[in-house]
Design a protein around this ligand. Structure first.
Ligand SMILES: *Cc1c(COP(=O)(O)O)cnc(C)c1O
Length: 413
């Protein structure tokens, strides 16, 4: 692994396979079931509060779609042969906040709201949760504070969903956070605390402010089981979506999934869920920017208490959603022994992939998302039956990005 860490230190792209082991389970299938049941209880509320979710029955989910032309362009650009077919999962277009954070973040807010409502005797588990979309409940939740640290998208998901329920929400934004995201939150009535430091220090400040106030519920991106399990519930609809696309996943037909990784909660939760459903037939890989490869570093060194600054990295990245210098301990603990591999992508490469995806498929996905595309041509496909593989690139953000921002990174939208 020294060679890999040396490559990372030099800011070069890398790919490596992670060691597989059977470690004690932190979560079980029952935890996913519990999260999924909660999301189903909230579905009628979601339909009432966010009418754009009508078509998915109040479940915040995104489609799977083939991107055949992008595959051809990718093979050419990466000078690689990619066996099998290429698909994207469109979490870049998730309702409410236009990013994958709509899974974990909104789930966490819902779980907190449910606990408060149950405690006050104002809700039963069997009620129609559409009642939560009312002045009575907004008044109840307005007395409760939620705080969170964010590079942008987590703040958007918690801010917009929390505010809709009536919560008093404060978001601590790290230096990467885009102006338009902060403005959008302020317009929704969220308190935006601008913080000139990086994500890890923004989290520290948010955490210590919350500690001084017992009425604040702090959502800790580095250590939240709720966030993690909210993401993992994605595995409850994906098998049906794959079947609709004619994709089989079994011993003869492996599924390769490429996920962009920040602190690791989002991709970790999704990977955990997919491993529960597809077992050894799914192979999951995390992609990170070369300047912020915190999970890759943790996997290479075999421990979670690492910082990319320790190896002289931590420079800025266009992949703002992935600008995390240390991984989530929880995500690392669940992924260790389970994750198949890690890869890193330079900013230049990430921008090239963002343009490639847009030009071949019309999809506008944030550079953070497109980092995942960088893994498709990198993996040595030695796995049994790789020629029958399906490749799923998990796009994670983009639909709310204003056109002006796309033009800044060279897309002619
Ligand atoms: C947050 C985020 C990720 C990664 O999620 P983590 O839980 O931080 O690993 C990926 N893509 C986008 C667009 C994000 O906002």
């Amino acid at each position: 692994m020294k060679e890999i860490v040396d490559r990372m230190r030099r800011g070069e792209e890398t790919f490596f396979a992670c060691a597989k082991k059977n470690l004690p389970e932190i979560f079980t299938e029952k935890d996913i079931d519990d999260a999924w049941a909660r999301l189903r209880r909230f579905a009628s509320y979601v339909k009432a509060a966010f009418p754009e979710t009508e078509s998915t029955g109040g479940i915040i989910d995104s489609p799977v779609q083939p991107i055949g032309e992008a595959k051809i362009a990718l093979e050419r650009a990466e000078n690689a042969v990619i066996p099998g077919n290429l698909y994207v999962k469109r979490d870049d277009s998730l309702a409410v906040c236009g990013s994958l954070k709509a899974r974990g973040g909104i789930y966490t807010v819902f779980k907190h709201a449910e606990e408060i409502a149950l405690k006050h005797g104002m809700l039963n588990l069997t009620d129609d949760y559409a009642i939560l979309h009312s002045e009575t409940f907004r008044e109840l939740f307005s007395r409760c504070r939620i705080s969170v640290g964010s590079t942008g998208n987590l703040g958007m998901s918690i801010g917009l969903s929390g505010k809709k329920l009536g919560f008093d929400v404060t978001v601590y934004m790290s230096e990467e956070a885009k102006e338009w995201k902060k403005n959008r939150l302020r317009e929704a009535g969220v308190n935006v605390h601008e913080f000139g430091g990086d994500y890890t220090s923004a989290l520290k400040l948010a955490r210590s402010d919350a500690e001084t106030d017992p009425d604040t519920y702090f959502i800790d991106d580095e250590d939240s089981a709720d966030l993690f399990l909210g993401y993992s519930a994605a595995c409850r609809t994906l098998p049906f979506q794959l079947a609709e696309q004619g994709i089989t996943v079994d011993e003869k037909h492996p599924l390769f999934v490429y996920l962009p990784c920040g602190v690791g909660g989002g991709p970790g939760g999704i990977t955990f869920g997919l491993k529960k459903v597809f077992g050894e037939h799914v192979h999951c890989f995390f992609g990170e920017p070369t300047q912020m490869p915190c999970m890759a570093l943790a996997m290479a060194l075999g421990r979670s208490d690492v910082s990319v600054y320790d190896i002289g990295l931590g420079g800025g990245t266009v992949a703002d959603g992935l600008a995390c210098s240390s991984p989530s301990r929880l995500a690392y603990d669940v992924m260790a022994g389970m994750l198949d591999g890690c890869f890193t992508v330079t900013d230049k490469h990430a921008l090239g992939l963002t343009a490639l995806l847009y030009e071949t498929s019309g999809i506008k996905a944030e550079p953070s998302s497109c980092v995942a595309l960088g893994g498709v041509g990198k993996i040595p496909y030695e796995i049994h039956n790789a020629e029958n593989a399906s490749h799923l690139v998990w796009l994670t953000g983009g639909s709310l990005v204003p056109d002006e921002e796309w033009r800044k990174i060279g897309l002619s939208v």
